[in-house]
Design a protein around this ligand. Sequence first.
Ligand SMILES: Nc1ncnc2c1ncn2[C@@H]1O[C@H](COP(=O)(O)OP(=O)(O)OP(=O)(O)O)[C@@H](O)[C@H]1O
Length: 543
Amino acid sequence: MFSNSAARVSHVDARAAAALLARTARFNWALLRAVLVWVRGHLRWVLALLGLSAVLQLLGNPAGFREALALAFGPALAGAVWVTCWPVSYERFIAGPARRAGWRRWVRKNWEHISRECGLSVSRTTKSRTFGLAPKEGSRFVASQSQTVTVWTHARLVDVTTAGHLLRLMVQTRTGQTTDDLEAAAAPIAAAAGAKAYRCVHMTPSVVEIVLVMADALTEPRPAASPSEVYVNAVTLGRRQDGTPWYLTIIGRHTLVVGCSGSGKGSIFWGVCAGLAPAVRAGVVRLWGVDLKRGVEVGMGKPMFSAVATSPAEAVKLLTRLLAILEERGNRMAGQTRLHRPTPVDPLHVLAIDELAVLTAYTDPETKKEASRLLAEILTQGRALGVVVLACVQDPRKEVVGLRGLFTQTIALRLRSAEETRMVLGDGAAAVAPAHRISPAMPGTAWVVDEDGAMDRVRADWWSDQLVRQVATQHPAPVVEAVATAAPGKGGRGTGGVPRAGSGSGVPAAPATGHTTSGRTPARNPRAPRKQRTRSTDGSSAA
Ligand SMILES: Nc1ncnc2c1ncn2[C@@H]1O[C@H](COP(=O)(O)OP(=O)(O)OP(=O)(O)O)[C@@H](O)[C@H]1O
């Protein structure tokens, strides 16, 4: 008995000792690597001090020899310990500022060369005259000697600044140049600087800011956070390539999301819908879902939606109902106000469509025609009347998405060709916003056009099925729209709809069939247990 427990203790000790040994070895190896990196980066300093220490040794000054060695390797060792034990603070106080200073120095020192090689400079040859003594003529002063010289004129580097991973060059055109020329040179400048990406911001008719992204802040996926605040104007979808948050304006915008299969359209779909969830619960926003991939996507967060259609026929009914709301609201707003302001009695309606092409291209001709007509009306009238559309599609061709031009903002996820990038982001976009070159290993990454017309690379946060279900359960829509019974032009009061069961309004509960989704929704993952449609008085669902 005793010998057994002793053996167990010694076994545990051996395992702890082995772990400690492994940790120590890893630490020493990290330290050694950091020292070697430091020495490589400061080779001249180290060699000079090693030389000095050798001379001092030869001169019989062992104290000086030791000091020189300490000077050569002391900072390396201190830096190595710092970077190994506290990498974040080392990056913040030492490595980051040093790297950024190096970028600025590189640009300032080499600007003329960069400008010349990247096609921003012009040269002109002129004759120059020199005066002096001519040896052949007995060192007599000769009036002039003529020689041909090349004179370069460069675009002007107004300023160089850095922040985080960004290197910003403010460049001014030279005479005869336009900002388009500066923009065209941004790609070779980015390549010369070893930048991961770049973008151009037109500051004035003669000044462009070239923003070089020196390290990719989008490489790592980031999980989305459960929203808690009521936001209607915009939602946070992820981050921009400079690491700042990426907001998508919702009010007054129709958004088209284009990306091939697996490009991450779901992240943007849920970024918007789940991002608006607190506003949905507060009643300021009403979500309408059209999921023509058999309801697989919207099924994840169905409680957030006031109505869901999963077939083209249901979608037509839903669009008809929405158009009726829009018409009623238009009549009410006429002569009163030109822009709808969402309130709990008169909410913002957000129509979220997953796989738009099924509705506008791949269904029977009659449904296709009717759906396209309804959607076109919503897109043309809805912006000011508080009805906005978010549509996701894989194929941006005109014959698939004929209504492409009616969307007021587009998000280009990974696309299949430069031609598709041009279709989605506009002429000339393939060069500056190459959505067709987004790596398949980085789903959720996209190119967007900013308010000022500049293109920027962004990455949406990742919404897991579990998080979508959780957000939907926490923020159910207080009102269910009885879309299936709607007839064209018979929407009645636009903000109508039936309060959800148990929402405390005293209005009879809507039947579970209030959603247009017919009975069965194919599940992508095992579904969470179905919630009973009764609610306790605090508004939370009761199982
Ligand atoms: N923002 C993101 N960050 C990291 N990974 C992501 C992100 N978005 C999506 N993914 C990954 O990519 C996969 C495909 O994403 P998603 O289903 O959203 O693509 P999709 O464009 O909707 O494709 P399809 O059109 O075929 O449905 C997901 O299963 C997930 O693993």
